[in-house]
Design a protein around this ligand. Structure first.
Ligand code: ZN
Length: 108
């Protein structure tokens, strides 16, 4: 058995933005194990493989621009939220893309 990564909670959302477009009630989501086997079992429901360009992501999902894995949250994601991609260890910020969809980008 490998030791679990040193993360307090498996939830990939590190910080929720509470102002501007991100303010207000958020829908909650039940996540199921996606069979994504590149992370320890208790993290599996928070990630899944991307279906490729053209796939429409759910409001609680955002694509990691680094490793192209879909990061999933138990809450609706909004611009300004900070998320963590465990498969590639990237800290990302959720932004509103030009086409109106949500995207994740490096905060640097
Ligand atoms: Zn990643």
């Amino acid at each position: 058995m490998n030791a679990a990564p040193a993360i307090a909670a498996p939830e990939p959302v590190l910080a929720i933005e509470r102002s501007g477009e991100a303010a207000g009630e958020r829908r909650r989501y039940e996540l199921e194990d996606t069979g994504f086997n590149e992370v320890p079992k208790r993290f599996r429901r928070f990630y899944r493989r991307w279906g490729g360009p053209g796939e429409v992501l759910a409001p609680n999902e955002v694509l990691c621009p680094v490793c192209k894995v879909v990061i999933r949250s138990t809450r609706e994601l909004r611009p300004g939220d900070h998320v963590f991609c465990l498969p590639c260890m990237s800290k990302l910020v959720v932004v509103r893309a030009a086409d109106g969809s949500l995207a994740a980008t490096s905060p640097h």
